[in-house]
Design a protein. Structure first.
Length: 259
């Protein structure tokens, strides 16, 4: 379900109150579509290569711990845009399409971008710290926006009512299923990276908790109502910078400790 317009809660209002439907101040999910296009184009290029050149391409851009320790930090970002095969990109692309549109609509373009990229970096860094295998894929960033959506519906359970609580429960079940699959599945030499998934999820939850929107309904004397965001950029800009700085510190420590 896309929460581009909030339906009235099915709960029975207290006596003396009337139920109203309010329109959420949503953003068009342009960045989600842009990310999908970039990921698709990179995969089409990868698919067009010969088998040996595909291996060379992955070796150049994937998350490979030894190369990162040698100073190739760009791999923490570039690996987020690579996919091994058609099933890999279809799964991640579909998840980004479904979850990304809702999160970008509710959080806005800038906050969505921050959560996607810093959450994705959190996943890549967790993979670097806790796994020695090479890895690629957008799933760390997708788990970040997955976590952000869960935080949103938890923090706004007063606004979305029973429908929001059901959606939150569904998100939790899907998260547990996906993490469970990561424990038992492998994809050739690039096994499903649960460390990256958990790192992205934690990053998305932490970021969304501090920088996510805080929507509330305001009423005026004329009887009108509107939804306002009580967490403006003046409040959440500093937590975003601090989180990015913490990732840099964690990377420097991880590289020096593993050197």
């Amino acid at each position: 379900m896309n929460y581009h317009e909030q339906p009235p809660s099915p709960e029975t209002p207290p006596p003396g109150f009337r139920r109203v439907a309010v329109r959420m101040p949503v953003a068009a999910p342009y960045l989600t579509y842009f990310l999908l296009g970039i990921i698709a184009l990179i995969y089409l290029y990868f698919f067009s290569l010969s088998p040996q050149r595909q291996i060379d391409f992955l070796t150049q851009w994937a998350k490979i711990n030894e190369a990162i320790r040698a100073g190739e930090y760009y791999r923490l970002v570039s690996s987020m845009f690579l996919h091994l095969n058609l099933m890999h990109i279809i799964f991640n692309g579909y998840a980004l399409y479904i979850i990304g549109r809702d999160v970008e609509a509710l959080f806005g373009h800038l906050r969505f971008a921050i959560i996607y990229f810093l959450g994705g970096l959190s996943g890549a860094l967790a993979s670097f710290i806790f796994t020695s295998s090479p890895s690629v894929g957008a799933s760390g960033a997708i788990f970040a926006i997955f976590g952000a959506e869960m935080v949103y519906f938890y923090q706004h359970r007063h606004l979305h009512g029973e429908a929001g609580r059901r959606h939150l429960n569904q998100l939790i079940v899907l998260m547990l299923i996906n993490l469970g699959l990561g424990l038992f599945s492998t994809v050739t030499d690039f096994r499903i990276d649960n460390a990256g998934h958990i790192g992205g999820l934690v990053g998305g939850v932490v970021l969304a908790w501090f920088i996510g929107p805080a929507y509330n309904v305001e009423f005026d004397l004329a009887g009108g109502h509107k939804v306002v965001d009580e967490n403006p950029i003046q409040r959440w800009a500093i937590p975003s910078v601090l989180y990015a700085a913490a990732l840099v510190v964690a990377l420097v420590y991880a590289v020096s400790a593993g050197g």
